[in-house]
Write a protein that binds this ligand. Structure first.
Ligand code: C5P
Length: 434
């Protein structure tokens, strides 16, 4: 099969060993191989037995233009090219999709098939792109395995937050898109040329020379819970999905990320410092304690009001209408406004707010941008019919002064990726001017 070679041939001569695990995301490897080969990279593929249930060795071999290896005990293949030689000949090993099972076997040092035997025998840098059901990704066993592997020097790209292949499932566990894996690989090779190969193993993707390397990005996400008494609280429907996706995107571009999160059902993204809070006041304290930052993004749905004098004891339900308690509300601190109006030096150079509106989205958002004093405002329509609040997709308008850039509907992780790329470009442009 002939594949068009990319014009700049910097990656030509590079050799990647791609280990394909058994998950539905295996089909994305076909696109990844095509893109790698377009850049002149030689790709050798190894497929686990489970991977072959999702894509065929024939499709993979047609795209790599190399024999696909599947079996540790294939005498012919072993005579032709042994599993040790396979890893020796590669500059980088990419595991995609890295399923929960494959990660567990890697973490346990298993070598009971060709894929794991190579991974145990190699001294080459390994980049894994996890993909699994969100519950599997957040399971303590997977968290342990990932921490172990990160400690052993395995790099990770993703997983992303978004819709899963299983209908109705959303959360963290979707494999990074082929273009994102490709970018991580390109960053890897760019770093390799400046650090030398010895400097590479053990690096998480955020350390792979992205445009936000050396920058601190501070993000708020999720709702806040404002107590009425020790068991009751005022809350909203925010799931935290968009803010968490932003944290992952910032990390993938190389930033040091602090995520101040209200109560959500999402696991801590790998390589991100997460501060968990409950109330708006706690969020405010955590945000100011986390400054200075180069970029601050306020994606949290902070409760506008809290209960004045929340009860220390559970409020009893007394009989009789007159006994129904009245809640007196007081305004919460506006965290975005507080940070956006800070003096230069303390104020992050780029402050981005979000506006969730149910009507006249752009008009209200423009007013909000001025009132809050932030640089950009990401406006979205959260009327119930859109399914945005708690859903996996988003339609946003980016307001900068009088300019409105309306993006088509896309996955929340795509919104995050685009937003962070623009933010990185803006920050680097203003830094170049000062
Ligand atoms: O005023 P409104 O809640 O619509 O503003 C939304 C923006 O302001 C979001 O970026 C949100 O995170 C931020 N905000 C805040 N503190 C508040 C209220 C909103 O940081 N108390």
């Amino acid at each position: 099969m002939r594949v068009k070679v990319h014009e700049d041939k910097v990656l030509e001569m590079k050799r990647i060993l791609l280990i394909i695990g058994g998950g539905i995301a295996a089909y994305k490897c076909l696109e990844l191989i095509r893109r790698l080969r377009e850049r002149g990279i030689t790709v050798r593929a190894v497929m686990t037995a489970a991977a072959q249930q999702f894509v065929t060795p024939l499709s993979v071999g047609t795209l790599t233009n190399e024999p696909v290896l599947t079996d540790l005990f294939d005498l012919n293949a072993e005579r032709e090219i042994g599993h040790i030689r396979l890893s020796r000949e590669a500059d980088l090993i990419v595991v995609a999709p890295a399923t929960a099972d494959l990660l567990a076997r890697m973490a346990g040092g298993h070598a009971n098939d060709l894929a794991t035997a190579i991974l145990l025998a190699t001294a080459k840098p390994v980049l894994a792109a996890p993909a699994m059901n969100p519950r599997m990704w957040s399971h303590p066993a997977t968290r342990r395995n990932v921490e172990l592997l990160a400690g052993d020097g395995i790099g990770f790209i993703g997983p992303n937050t978004g819709e899963m292949a299983e209908s109705g499932e959303a959360g963290s566990g979707r494999m990074a898109e082929p273009h994102e894996i490709l970018e991580a690989i390109e960053r890897f090779y760019a770093t390799e040329s400046s650090l030398g190969p010895a400097g590479l193993p053990g690096l998480l993707p955020r350390q792979l020379n992205g445009p936000l390397r050396g920058r601190h990005v501070l993000i708020t996400a999720g709702p806040t819970h404002e107590p009425i008494d020790p068991v009751r609280y005022i809350a909203n429907r925010s799931s935290g999905t968009q803010g968490y996706a932003i944290a992952v995107a910032a990390r993938n571009l190389g930033a040091e990320v602090t995520l101040v999160s209200g109560p959500v059902n999402l696991p801590d993204p790998l390589g991100v410092s997460v501060i968990r809070v409950e109330t708006a006041q706690e969020m405010q304290t955590a945000v100011t304690a986390s400054l200075p930052a180069d970029i601050a993004i306020f994606a949290a749905a902070v409760a506008d009001w809290r209960v004045d004098g929340a009860s220390n004891q559970k409020i009893k339900k007394n009989k009789g209408k007159k006994a129904i308690p009245a809640l007196k509300l007081v305004e919460n601190p506006d965290i975005l406004k507080t940070v956006a109006k800070m003096k230069p030096g303390r104020r992050p150079p780029l402050v981005i707010g979000f506006a969730a509106e149910t009507e006249s989205v752009i008009a209200y958002a423009k007013k909000k941008l001025k009132a809050k004093g932030c640089d950009w405002l990401v406006a979205n329509d959260v009327s119930p019919a859109t399914g945005i609040m708690g859903g996996a997709r988003n339609t946003v308008h980016i307001i900068q002064g009088e300019t409105v850039d309306s993006w088509p509907e896309m996955d929340k992780c795509e919104v995050a990726g685009r937003l962070l790329e623009q933010a990185a470009a803006h920050l680097n442009a203003i830094s170049a001017c000062t």
